[in-house]
Design a binder for this molecule. Sequence first.
Ligand code: TPP
Length: 513
Amino acid sequence: MNGAESLVHSLLGAGVEVCFSNPGTSEMHFVAALDRVPGMRCVLGLQENIVTGAADGYYRMAGKPAVTLLHCAPGLANGLANLHNARRARSGIVNCVGDQATYHRQYDAPLTGDTEGFARGVSHWVRTAARAEDVGAEGVQAVQAAMTYPGQIATMILPSDTCWNPGGVVAAPLPVPEVPKADPHLVRAAANVLRTKQNVLILLGGAPAQTEAAQQAAWNIAQKTGARILAETSTPRMARGQGRLQLERVPYPAAQAIENLKAVEHIILVGSKGPIGFFAYPNMPSKHYPESAQLHLLTRPEQDAEAGLLALADELGATHTPFADPGPRPEAARGAPTPEGLARTVAALMPEDAIIVDESVSYGRGFFPQTFAAPRHDWLQITGGAIGCGFPLATGAAIGGGGKRVIALQADGSGMYTVQALWTQAREKLPVTTIVLSNRKYQILLGEYLGVGANPGPTALDMLDLGNPDIGWVKLAEGMGVPAAQATTLDQLGDLLSQSLTSTGPFLIELVI
Ligand SMILES: Cc1ncc(C[n+]2csc(CCOP(=O)(O)OP(=O)(O)O)c2C)c(N)n1
């Protein structure tokens, strides 16, 4: 058995079932091993940022890591932006990066680069294999690292001779580390704040703090104590819709966030940190909560958020209180597109347990209130601010979601970074409906110019214009095997969305906004 075969056996034994891949020469033995060792679903992405973004989406839905197969330092570099987003989402991923053979590295061949250096910036765990005998054991260590709550990025660098040399040893899976619980002292301290103080905010950060059970505990606490609840601005995965909490996020625009939080005196942090700006702006504070407000830690992101909230509810004697009724499901909107109308239409037509992937950037800021009364669904967002995650995230979420329909709300500028993920959706026949929000500009940056006090002239404005020439979204999608159509009204959008739900494969709607 060679090293690559022992690795594939070991990964399978540790429960890894999907390999998102964009291979090269140095990964050929790994690819050949995938042929000889059955059981791994192999999914080809046509650029590494598709591969890494898909692995992120997969983890967010499946709750277990996929493996990525990437080619040398430059291949890893292509996938870094979505590994950055995945790290922010606290998704678990095992990256396998093929590299120069151990004895060939000294010659500095063209694809040789600082693979470890690139990996370290986005990984919690990095290991460069030295011998074929070791890669099985290192593979299960990587899975263990990736499964460490709530999820970590583990990167194995595999010089090609460690894959092709004989002597591979299959390793048994390692136990998943126990999830650290909240410190009981901090639970009592948080309870004390909630009992005795006014204007307390419970701030939920990360997927484990936004499950239905975590929301229920937070709601019980809030009903008992009068605290407010908010989620952080970017959410990896939030349970939403009927029977869930009507949970709002801290707004993205600095002025709105500061206004929203101005009365807050105490913040209970549940897997979150004190709200700060995405960026600094002249004459704006970095912190968006009042300087006088106090932060109280309930759980760090690495501690069990759900159990922490349950313990806090217990400590306070906060018993089950039903969530507020969001009212009837909205009806599909008609006429000219508006953000609210689009959100209502999606809420009206989405199937139960849909997965919404949201890279809607500026258009999506008001989507939440309009979708509170939608059927139950999960909402996945860009987490690290590195645009170009939507199409890959939707692709991976469809594979991790086990057949649930994905509806991707995709801003056009961000979509163009990784549009070739559509090809993977077509090839894998994935149930993804993408709605491209086609404003033909980098709309958000118009606001950012004003925010930083810059005064855009014609050259600056030209850098934000995507309308010269217009991007042909329908042709782009069709060219990659995804049926597509354009909508200019919400009536047309509703018809196309309904039609797409009757098929089992992907569909793209360009909504001209
Ligand atoms: C990887 C990366 N490159 C560049 C940026 C800077 N950036 C932020 S938003 C944006 C444009 C977004 O445009 P679009 O997706 O069309 O959304 P809209 O602003 O029109 O809502 C750019 C280029 C970024 N955040 N991440």
